[in-house]
Design a protein around this ligand. Structure first.
Ligand code: AMP
Length: 623
């Protein structure tokens, strides 16, 4: 089994692995040193990079503090909060947020967010890559020129695949190898060493600049599992600032010119003044909102007490506490089941927030570590764990090859990735493929290749007794548990009936180091072909599902469709059926695309029917 060599030849830059908290407001690198994680510092100050990019007139970009300094003078060309747009379509983004942005955001042909500055457009990944590159550069300076090779990067627990993939892509663009993407609440818990607990439940309350989330984690033998997450992607310090900005506006309303409040530089000025007062109120009983912009006729100086501030932000804090209650309910737990509470994010310094969280969970939250640093510290701890810390441990505590299941069409779906730390548990949801299916056979696989036939078969088992229902409705959770000795137990459970079945296998049994190397080499050699084959069988499976739906609905909707649409559909159905047997990826792809397009009129007719049904029987006012 290989491991990554850290010591390098003299005269060469030292290559290191770091943890990066890639935040909405700020990003921060940390490293493991002398047995504990520590935030990287330059001349005593944290190597913090504001997650801000400023694009100059000549199109060049600057990042971090110098970019943030441009926020007031040149807000239209200074981009903050790009994390909100990672892997998102424009339609996913709250219009209220778009309204508040001083810079221009539009969508690409494919509906994805793009940010426009001067005559250039950037994807969120590109901007994020610029931030990551700056973080790596700062980290390098902090370590006397060490070269940053790889990193553990954190993301919110609720990030979906597209958002995680966008984060990986950003790192790749920045030339950083991603050792692992880790959930922020897990990182925060690791920073507090909670993985040392035999078992317990942790609530991680994270109120940052732009987002709030609460995660309920369970720990079992040092393994974290996210039981539930809740939150609000549009609740954070920015909203607290907005409350104070409203107060400034009320004060300024009498004297300011009418167009003032829409002006980007007024907005940035008011934002900075609000944040300053807010931060002061975390440690003082009162503060002043100060904004002087003579060119707009604005000259505000307003005293605000902690009580007034608390009253004004109570609705925001209440929203966060409601989310906590929901997260607990979703996890099937009560407050008494929570053993530890961890606070993350700069906004948890607000005294009212701390008090309300403590009151709700009935226990004092961990605040020993800096809430702005705890995620980065945890990322560094995770990096250390993955790098093996002591090499003896590495040799026994990672799985050398990925483990997974065969899916419809013969593809291999990996549940446990190669080099995952063991022991570990991963659960993924599967469903039935045909209507009325009452049993599923699981084929457990080991290896890196895309097709099941090219992986090593570890065993098969069958889950029976699934109540008959339409395809895709059954919910089967499949859990891969790999214990510290490398013994894999795979358990499948159908949710509605509670039916379970399982198998125990020893994945590493009989595999020598050479065999592992050969399997890895093969997967590299065959990567392109494997990928295409995987794509082909996935497409064929998708065509199968589309055909079933289309044929079932065509009978119902035929009379509402014009003749041409019906002919197109019938042709597309015939072509798709033929392509299902094709071995050419291009043919299969083309047939799927043709079928997809041909179903548009059918979908429109069906939607129309649904809408009519929904509207029928309701008063106009209800609609
Ligand atoms: P984060 O995204 O975790 O870096 O959180 C940044 C947010 O925390 C911003 O909205 C800051 O204004 C806010 N923040 C930082 N320090 C304080 C403080 N002392 N009191 C209140 N809010 C703070």
């Amino acid at each position: 089994m290989g491991y990554i060599e850290l010591d390098v030849l003299d005269n060469q830059p030292k290559r290191v692995v770091i943890g990066i908290d890639l935040g909405t407001t700020n990003s921060l690198p940390a490293i493991w040193k002398d047995g504990r994680p520590e935030v990287l510092r330059i001349e005593g100050e944290p190597a913090l990079v504001p997650s801000v990019v400023h694009v100059r007139n000549d199109g060049t970009a600057i990042v971090g503090r110098t970019a943030r300094a441009q926020a007031l003078d040149d807000p239209e060309h200074t981009i903050h909060s790009v994390k909100r747009f990672m892997g998102q379509s424009l339609s996913d983004v709250d219009p209220a947020v778009l309204d508040r942005l001083p810079y221009s955001v539009t969508e690409t042909d494919r509906g994805l967010v793009q940010i426009n500055v001067h005559d250039k457009s950037f994807s969120p990944q590109e901007l994020s890559a610029l931030i990551l590159r700056e973080v790596a550069a700062q980290a390098s300076v902090a370590m006397g020129g060490a070269e940053i090779m790889s990193a553990v990067i954190t993301v919110p627990a609720y990030f979906d695949d597209a958002q995680r993939q966008a984060t990986r892509d950003a790192a790749r663009l920045a030339g950083i190898e991603v050792l692992r993407i880790v959930n922020e609440p897990t990182a925060a818990s690791l920073a507090y060493g909670l993985d040392q607990r035999k078992e317990g439940n942790v609530a991680v309350f994270d109120l940052g600049g732009g987002t709030f989330d609460v995660s309920i984690l369970s720990i079992e033998d040092g393994i974290f599992q996210v039981l539930s997450t809740n939150g609000d992607t549009h609740l954070g310090g920015d909203d607290v600032d907005a409350v104070l900005m409203d107060m400034i506006r009320q004060e300024a309303e009498g004297s300011a010119k009418p167009s003032t409040f829409d002006d980007p530089s007024y907005r940035q000025g008011a934002r900075l003044a609000s944040e300053k007062a807010k931060i002061a109120l975390s440690s003082k009983p009162e503060a002043e909102l100060v904004l002087s912009l003579p060119e707009f006729g604005v000259n505000v100086r307003k005293r605000i007490t902690r009580e007034e501030f608390d009253a004004a932000i109570t609705p925001l804090v209440d929203r966060s506490i409601k989310s906590c209650a929901q997260a607990l309910e979703d996890a099937g737990l009560e407050t008494k089941d929570i053993d530890e509470v961890v606070l993350v994010g700069g906004s948890t310094r607000i005294p009212l927030v701390r008090a309300q969280v403590e009151q709700f969970f009935g226990r004092t939250p961990h605040t020993e570590l800096n809430p702005d640093e705890v995620v980065a510290l945890g990322a560094a701890a995770q990096a250390e764990i993955l790098m093996g810390g002591s090499r003896d441990i590495l040799l026994m505590d990672v799985t050398p090859l990925s483990l997974g299941l065969e899916t419809v069409g013969g593809a291999a779906e990996k549940l446990v990735q190669r080099n995952s730390r063991i022991p570990c548990s991963i659960t993924e949801g599967f469903t039935t493929y045909v209507d009325g299916q009452t049993a599923i056979e699981f084929h457990v696989l080991q290896g890196e290749r895309e097709m099941a036939a090219d992986c090593r078969s570890l065993g098969r088992f069958k889950l029976t007794g699934i109540p008959p229902m339409p395809a895709g409705l059954a919910k089967v959770g499949v859990k891969f548990h790999l214990d510290a000795d490398g013994i894999l137990t795979v358990t499948a459970k159908e949710e509605s009936s509670g039916q379970t079945a399982s198998i125990e296998v020893k994945p590493s049994h009989g595999l020598t180091e050479e065999e592992v190397d050969v399997m890895l080499q093969q997967s590299f050699d065959n990567a392109k072909r494997d990928f295409e084959e995987r794509r082909r069988v996935d497409l064929i499976a998708e065509i199968g599902t589309m055909l079933r739906h289309t044929e079932a609905n065509l009978d119902v909707a035929r009379e509402h469709l014009d003749r041409e649409s019906v002919e197109d559909l019938e042709e597309a159905i015939a072509a798709a059926k033929a392509a299902g047997k094709s071995i050419e990826l291009d043919e299969v792809q083309a047939a799927r695309d043709v079928l997809d397009r041909a179903t548009i009129p059918l979908a429109a007719v069906l939607m129309d029917g649904v809408v009519k049904q929904a509207v029928a029987g309701k008063k106009l006012g209800d609609v």
